[in-house]
Each structure stands twice: as structure tokens, then as C-alpha cells.
Design a protein around this ligand. Structure first.
Ligand SMILES: NC(=O)c1ccc[n+]([C@@H]2O[C@H](COP(=O)([O-])OP(=O)(O)OC[C@H]3O[C@@H](n4cnc5c(N)ncnc54)[C@H](OP(=O)(O)O)[C@@H]3O)[C@@H](O)[C@H]2O)c1
Length: 343
């Protein structure tokens, strides 16, 4: 079996740490692993498969002996280093927003559009965390009954913002409970015991950039430019696990039973849908797992062709690290990734 030389750029971050776990848990065929971050973390030691490995500063020379480079170090770092890594011969799977809407870069969720991997030119983009769980849940239904319109409201965990935001919620929760004033640093307002309808910057059209990513990325992944989509993305004081209420208008009516039957067979999905015993997806129980959980499937009382559902997934795993590793696995399975001497 071929083994591959892997690099993680942003290895010290929340997604980077999850990359390490996912690679270990899935027994990814690694010939070697290079842990890269900024100069701030150079020399720090991390464990991979019980081996202590020193984190190195990312430089243009870092990628000379790398087959696959998993990037999760922000858009600016990706914009600079991803093309260099690709030029050096590595295939880049990039978690940032830098290249997602670049026409020449495939944007991939393996359960939906694995064939798009084939036309990459060195860089493959991993979608936004919310978009991933939307398309995993909706694509199997769309194949049977084309979707005309989606309205989605998200409830997104603070780990989606990175390690500084996790620290902010931890500190603020304690401050509020002790009667102190919570000073925001990462977010514009207090996040503990509060919710913020602002994720990423506001655009001229009144949506936030996060909301617009959901619109554009969903259409690109599903190859469905004509689906009407509107999103409201909300940050909530949850550590891990993004939740969302999705309202779908199909071309034809679809019963909740039919949707359940389709989703029960669909890859990457677990149905948790029994209101009689209060069974529905929750971020608390989705954290640390791989599936996209779907529940509360019901008719949309406002439209004859409408359904409503509640969808939850771990934003660090399926929303980031796991999806990227699945892209690499898909390339290996389809013999689209070849080690350059790293057998
Ligand atoms: N969190 C999520 O749910 C999620 C989901 C999808 C996509 N993403 C994307 O993944 C990326 C990282 O997110 P995160 O949550 O892991 O953030 P994080 O916890 O803040 O970690 C950021 C990582 O980037 C590294 N980094 C920063 N500047 C760098 C530079 N100039 N060169 C090399 N490495 C640099 C940091 O290294 P140091 O330790 O040296 O600072 C750290 O390892 C972002 O692009 C984010 O949009 C995140």
C-alpha cells in the first residue's frame, strides 16, 4: 500500500489538532507527517501516533517533500503558501475561504461531488463548516426532487472562530457567573449567555460574509446555480457543534416519511428523529462524532412543497478536518494521488 508524506499547516490550531486526531483514528497511510504553524509555535512539541514531533515554522521550502498538504491557518496564509505548496508538487486541501469560489479550484464534499476532485490543479478547497452539513443533508433529497429554495438559520459554536474564541467563552462564562463584567476581545459583544447575529464581516447587501458563503458554496458544490438561498448565521455560546433549522422548497411535494427513508440510506447521515421521546440532534452529543445528524423532519406549514428539518454536526470534524481527510482518502481510493517517492 502506498504511503504519503503529509503536512498540516496550522497544526497548533483547533482544526490542526483535529486533523491529527482524524489522521490517527482513520489510520491514514502516512509515510511522514510535518507539523507547520507560524514562527510563534516553532519548536512546540505535539504527539502524532504516540511520537513526539516538533512544530516547524511554515516557509516556502516546507513543501519540497510533501505529497498532501492540509491547510488550516487562515485565508491569508493559504493565499500565500498554497500556490507555493502546489508548485512544489504537493496536493493542497485548503480549509480557508481563500480559493473556495475560484472557478479553477474544486470545492468538494465527498458525499456530494467527489468527481470534482479530478479536475484540481494542485489546490482543492474544503467548504465552510455550515455549508458542508447543509449539502450532506440536502443533496440526497435534491437528487430525487430538485430543490428550488432553501432558507437556513444557523446556530454556530464558538470553536468555529478558533482557539481564541473558545478561551473567550470559557473566561466570560466564569466572569458572568461571578458577577464580573465580561470584556469582549474576539467578538464585538459578550458571547457568554448571549447570541450574536454576526459571523464574519457585513457585506453591502446586508448579509454577512458567512451567510453569503453558504449561498455561493452550496450552489457550487451541488452544481445548482438556480437554487434560491437565504441564510442567517448566528453565533451561540456552545463550544462545539453547529446546529441549523433548514426550510426547503422542492419542485414537487415530499412527505416527511419519504425524506426520512432517503436520508436513512444516505452517506454520512444519521437520523435522530422521534419527537415522542424528545429524540433530535444536539450539538452537545454531536461533538466528537463524524456524522451529520438530522431530525425534526416535518411538513412546512407555509408551503405545499416544503419540508423543515434540524441539522447538527461537529464543525471541527465534518465541518473541517474530517471532510478534508475524506477528500484525501477519496483521491487515494480513485488512484488520483500518487506519492512522489514516499512509499
Ligand atoms: N474552526 C472551525 O470550525 C473551522 C471550520 C472550517 C474551516 N476553518 C478554517 O480553518 C482555519 C483555522 O481555523 P482554527 O479554528 O484552527 O483557528 P485557530 O485555532 O486560531 O488556529 C490557527 C492556526 O493557524 C496558524 N497560523 C496563523 N498564522 C500563520 C502563519 N502566518 N503561518 C502559518 N501558520 C499560521 C496558527 O499557528 P500559531 O500557533 O503559530 O499561531 C494556528 O495553528 C481558518 O482558515 C478557518 O477559517 C475553521
Amino acid at each position: 500500500m502506498n504511503k504519503y508524506r503529509v503536512a498540516i499547516v496550522g497544526a497548533t490550531g483547533l482544526v490542526g489538532q483535529e486533523f491529527i486526531k482524524v489522521l490517527e483514528q482513520r489510520n491514514f497511510p502516512m509515510a511522514s507527517i510535518l507539523l507547520l504553524a507560524s514562527d510563534r509555535s516553532a519548536g512546540k512539541k505535539l504527539f502524532v501516533n504516540h511520537r513526539e514531533i516538533e512544530v516547524e515554522e511554515t516557509t516556502p521550502e516546507s513543501f519540497k517533500k510533501v505529497d498532501i498538504a492540509l491547510f488550516s491557518a487562515g485565508a491569508e496564509t493559504s493565499r500565500y503558501f498554497s500556490p507555493i505548496a502546489a508548485q512544489s508538487g504537493a496536493v493542497v486541501v485548503d480549509n480557508s475561504s481563500a480559493f473556495r469560489m475560484t472557478p479553477a479550484v474544486p470545492l468538494v464534499v465527498p458525499e456530494v461531488n467527489p468527481e470534482d476532485i479530478k479536475w484540481h490543479k494542485g489546490i482543492i478547497a474544503n467548504p465552510n463548516c455550515s455549508t458542508i452539513q447543509i449539502v450532506v443533508a440536502l443533496y440526497p433529497l435534491h437528487k430525487v426532487n430538485p430543490i428550488k429554495r432553501i432558507i437556513v438559520d444557523t446556530y454556530q459554536a464558538v470553536s468555529g472562530t478558533g482557539s481564541a474564541a473558545v478561551e473567550e467563552l470559557t473566561v466570560q462564562a466564569k466572569q458572568v457567573l461571578e458577577g464580573q463584567t465580561a470584556i469582549p476581545h474576539v467578538y464585538p459583544h459578550q458571547i457568554a449567555f448571549n447570541i450574536l447575529p454576526e459571523i464574519d464581516v457585513f457585506l453591502d447587501n446586508g448579509y454577512t460574509k458567512e451567510e453569503w458563503k453558504v449561498v455561493e458554496e452550496t450552489r457550487k458544490i451541488m452544481h445548482a446555480d438556480d437554487i434560491a438561498i437565504s441564510a442567517t448565521c448566528v453565533r451561540v455560546p456552545v463550544f462545539t457543534g453547529h446546529s441549523m433549522a433548514i426550510h426547503i422548497e422542492f419542485s414537487q411535494p415530499m412527505s416527511p416519511d419519504e425524506a426520512q427513508r432517503i436520508l436513512a440510506q444516505a452517506p454520512g447521515i444519521k437520523l435522530l428523529d422521534d419527537p415522542t421521546i424528545s429524540l433530535y440532534p444536539q450539538p452537545w452529543s454531536a461533538a466528537g462524532t463524524d456524522e451529520v445528524f438530522v431530525g425534526r423532519i416535518r411538513r412546512d406549514a407555509s408551503h405545499p412543497n416544503g419540508l423543515v428539518m434540524w441539522v447538527v454536526a461537529d464543525n471541527l470534524r465534518k465541518g473541517a478536518a474530517l471532510n478534508a481527510v475524506q477528500i484525501a482518502e477519496e483521491m487515494i481510493k480513485r488512484e488520483w494521488l500518487h506519492p512522489r517517492g514516499g512509499k
